[in-house]
Design a protein around this ligand. Structure first.
Ligand code: ATP
Ligand code: MG
Ligand code: MG
Length: 582
């Protein structure tokens, strides 16, 4: 699990470590500006990364890639990974989301503690420092208050091919700017009337360097700071500062931020010159985001699926949220293995959903005890088995792990078998039950089919057979019977009749909505089928979240939401083999 697959980010980190780039950083043990850090000792974390979610939604599989990457790097290089709630944007955040993010990171097997440090932070706690840094930038002539209307600002920004034009307010003195900024902060102005901008270059070929806005007026209540503030930093200003205050070494983000890197570097270089932030500075590194076929990984689309009730909620086992994944039965180990396997790169690519499923199967095969389940039951009656008799058969709990032992399963005259394991008129190559054919009841006896009963509509209501009493699996001579078919069964008198949910892919096409249509119309109408199954009796005692392989069918988990004690409901995690046919 900790096996390192090399990638370009690891190369950068290894080169930095070899060069001792971050070896002598001061660190007080908690976030803060340079002056405060200088009072501390050296940072004992070799590297610092961070996972910085905005607490405005549930995490999805894409976030899992970022979590595994950032926390995995910290783990492998003797460093720390911070969990930072990027909550600089008022209004949208909710505690419910923050709690679920904490659960998801823990569930994936990661921890934000480093030694005695508890590296869980809220970016909004840094507002006072951000304000102080903005004032320093103003004093040094690196920022000014712009009082143009948003339309005027847009008109002067220019285009990719045309340079922007300076704002008429760009030449305000530092004293004027300080006074106006103080009045913005004091709440004297309405939203949108003034902004604070970095003073860089309106003719830059990178539009992000054409005096980007760094503070705006927003009369809004913030979930953490309440009504303390009516000016809020822009994300592009806040994020580099958050990284620097936390002594982050490698700030890893997705490719769409590549064009922001020059501003990230400009800002932190100015702040270092002004003695605000610690050096060496953190470096931003971009990687391509996870694109996964047959799902959608955009918060907006996930919200739509939930709000329009195409799924049962954020934790619907079909949704690619991490709360959904947990309920579906996917394992954290499977996620970490998937993240290692797909690696990181700078080129945008799509990963097929089957790659994810295969990673899950590998781990599930290892951890899941085997059980018997009949998902589409039809009766099998053994005509020559005594009426009141019953006996025990033995089945291994894991075929590759004899140390897991065997368990008894009851056998009697009436069994449940899969409807598809009988054909009155067999097709070519069919080796299971049909009149005159002989098969083995797995872990039980060899039986010969003698016919079936039907109702008025022609539907088969029971299959009849005779058993060979000296053919019981595991008894001397039982292997002299050579049969091609081997079918599973449960004793009807002992079975646990359970609700089982057969989940499949949420979307019927690889790239939902890609054909220009609405992604909703690409939903797989058969992504959830509920059946009344007949299960081997011990499954009645399954604990919530216990996972099993139902032989011949796939991997299943006892649903932790809808199960009640003694009445578990099972979710299909994944079939045994790739079974998707589009
Ligand atoms: P969305 O774009 O769906 O709204 P987001 O990127 O705004 O999601 P954040 O909470 O800001 O969500 O993301 C936290 C971290 O997760 C960021 O560092 C972001 O780069 C990373 N992340 C989000 N989506 C993906 C993805 N598909 N692949 C890899 N990393 C991702
Ligand atoms: Mg975001
Ligand atoms: Mg985003």
């Amino acid at each position: 699990d900790t096996e390192k697959t090399s990638n370009f980010i690891r190369h950068i980190i290894e080169a930095d470590l070899a060069a001792g780039k971050y070896a002598a950083r001061a660190w007080s043990g908690k976030p803060g500006p340079a002056a405060q850090q200088k009072l501390g000792a050296g940072d004992t974390a070799k590297i610092r990364t961070r996972f910085p979610p905005e607490p405005n939604g549930y995490l999805h599989f894409g976030h899992a890639k970022s979590i595994c990457l950032n926390f995995g790097l910290a783990r492998d290089y003797d460093g720390a990974c911070h969990l930072r709630f990027d909550d600089t944007n008022p209004e949208k955040e909710e505690q419910e989301y923050a709690d679920s993010i904490i659960d998801a990171v823990r569930w994936l097997g990661f921890d934000w503690h480093f030694g005695a440090e508890n590296n869980l932070y809220h970016a909004s706690d840094y507002f006072p420092w951000m304000l102080a840094f903005a004032e320093k930038l103003i004093d040094a002539g690196h920022a000014y208050v712009d009082s143009q209307t948003p339309e005027e600002m847009r008109a002067r920004r220019g285009t990719l091919t045309e340079a922007g034009k300076d704002s008429p307010f760009r030449t305000r003195t530092a004293a004027e700017n300080r006074e106006l900024f103080a009045r913005m902060k004091a709440g004297e102005f309405a939203d949108g009337t003034h902004v604070l901008r970095a003073k860089i270059n309106m003719a830059s070929s990178n539009i992000n360097l054409r005096d980007p806005t760094i503070y705006r007026i927003r009369h809004a209540t913030h979930h953490n700071t309440g009504d303390t503030w009516c000016i809020y930093p822009m994300y592009t200003f806040a994020h580099p500062i958050e990284d620097a205050l936390e002594n982050i070494t490698h700030s890893i983000c997705t490719l769409e931020f590549e064009d922001q890197r020059p501003f990230y570097d400009w800002l932190l270089t100015r702040l270092a010159e002004l003695g605000c932030v610690n050096t060496p500075l953190p470096q931003q590194i971009e990687f391509s985001r996870l694109n996964l076929s047959y799902v959608v990984l955009s918060k907006r689309k996930l919200i739509q699926l939930v709000e329009e009730k195409h799924v049962s909620g954020w934790d619907d086992p079909r949704l690619p949220t991490l709360v959904g994944a947990r309920r579906r039965g996917y394992t954290p180990e499977g996620f970490r293995h998937f993240a290692e396997m797909i690696g990181v790169s700078k080129s945008d690519s799509w990963i097929d959903f089957s790659v994810f499923e295969e990673c899950q199967r590998q781990h599930l095969n290892d951890i899941a005890p085997r059980r018997i389940a009949v998902l589409d039951p039809v009766k099998l009656i053994i005509d020559n088995y005594p009426d009141k008799q019953e006996e025990m058969c033995e089945a291994p709990n894991h075929p590759q792990k004899p140390e897991w032992g065997k368990r008894p399963i009851p056998f009697s005259k009436e069994l449940w078998i899969e409807r598809e394991d009988f054909m009155e008129t067999p097709i070519k190559g069919y080796f299971r039950l049909f009149p005159g054919n002989t098969v083995r009841l797995r872990y039980g006896f060899v039986i010969k089919c003698i016919g079936c009963d039907k109702d008025a509509s022609g539907k088969i209501t029971a299959v009849h057979c005779e058993y060979l009493p000296d053919s019981k699996s595991g008894t001397p001579g039982s292997d002299t019977y050579k049969v091609k078919g081997n079918i599973h069964w449960v004793s009807a008198a002992h079975a646990y009749a359970a609700e089982v949910r057969l989940y499949d892919r949420l979307f019927a096409v690889e790239a939902p909505g890609a054909d220009g249509g609405d992604f909703i119309s690409d939903l797989n109408q058969n992504s959830r089928i509920t059946v009344k199954a007949q299960l081997e009796p011990t499954l009645k005692n399954a604990a919530a979240e216990e996972r099993f392989q139902f032989e011949r069918h796939g991997y299943f988990i006892a649903d932790h939401v809808d199960s009640t004690s003694g009445t578990p409901i099972f979710n299909r995690i994944v079939t045994l083999k790739e079974s998707w046919h589009g």
